[in-house]
Design a protein around this ligand. Structure first.
Ligand SMILES: Nc1ncnc2c1ncn2[C@@H]1O[C@H](COP(=O)(O)OP(=O)(O)OP(=O)(O)O)[C@@H](O)[C@H]1O
Ligand SMILES: [Mg+2]
Length: 260
């Protein structure tokens, strides 16, 4: 994508400390471009979920500002930010059908019942679950449940979608399929996506840019190509590139066999 596009988010000097965890985020500043797929990549505990929760307004930062389309949303209510979030564990309502799950949140946004139903049907179709609208979550596979969670988020027309390790509970082949599906949905709806993962390969295969986080600091924020060609420091070299190379090397042993 052309990264000269307009800035969707401008994040300045965001810091966060928890009572027993001082300085989980250490004065972080970065921009997110309109329509971009940005991954936050870092090991467990480096502050990825904390940053997402601050962006969507579920958690207050100790300092710093967030501008969206040039407007200060630092203190705005989550529902006023035009953002949606998809969690790792789907968080579906077990006592509601797929259709009802996707309709439900819309009711709190002043959408009429008829429009909510139409939108829900459209989104369920967009994620490939048209035949499953009347089923309950327990009768769906993990991948299908995650698709419902994505449909539910998209039904509210967010222009930014935050995804917190949405694939980590899925098997490898479902993850690969879902990657493509997610990118297709992004193209179709023009959504800006911020995607949290600790999987280097996932970040490299999906992202326009990757933010490498190291204990609450941005180690490097760059395109996948630039990260490979110009790693900013030893941490990017070891945590990101070395792991990626190991994975590539282990796969390379089989490419001759698989290619046939
Ligand atoms: N509510 C909380 N109270 C105290 N400490 C917290 C709280 N939430 C998170 N932390 C701590 O803040 C740090 C960052 O947590 P965070 O959940 O943002 O990490 P993460 O990068 O999302 O990790 P993971 O990959 O395991 O999900 C961790 O040390 C965590 O223990
Ligand atoms: Mg997390």
């Amino acid at each position: 994508m052309d990264l000269q596009l307009k800035k969707k988010l401008e994040i300045s000097n965001i810091s966060k400390a928890y009572e027993d965890n001082p300085r989980v985020l250490k004065s972080i500043s970065f921009d997110v471009y309109d329509g971009e797929f940005l991954s936050l990549l870092g090991p467990s505990g480096c502050g990825k979920s904390t940053l997402l929760r601050i962006l969507i307004g579920l958690l207050e930062s100790d300092q710093g500002t967030i501008l969206k389309d040039g407007k200060d949303i630092t203190k705005a209510h989550p529902s006023a930010r035009g953002m949606g979030i998809v969690f790792q564990n789907y968080a579906l309502f077990e006592n509601m059908t797929v259709l009802q799950n996707v309709e439900y949140a819309q009711k709190f946004h002043g959408v009429s019942k008829k429009d909510a139903r139409e939108k829900a049907a459209e989104m369920i179709s967009a994620v490939g679950l048209r035949e499953h609208g009347d089923k309950y979550p327990r009768s769906l596979s993990g991948g299908q449940q995650q698709r419902v969670a994505i449909a539910r988020t998209l039904a509210l027309n967010p222009d930014i979608v935050l995804l917190d390790e949405p694939m980590s509970a899925l098997d490898v082949s479902t993850r690969l399929t879902m990657r493509d599906e997610l990118k297709n949905l992004q193209d179709r709806f023009g959504t800006t996506m911020i995607y949290v993962t600790h999987d280097q390969e996932e970040a490299f295969s999906m992202s326009d840019r990757i933010m490498v986080l190291d204990s609450g600091n941005i180690s490097q924020l760059d395109t996948p190509e630039n990260l490979v060609m110009h790693p900013a420091n030893e941490y990017v070299e070891s945590f990101v590139l070395e792991n990626l190379r190991k994975k590539a090397a282990s796969l390379a042993r089989f490419t001759g066999v698989c290619g046939k």
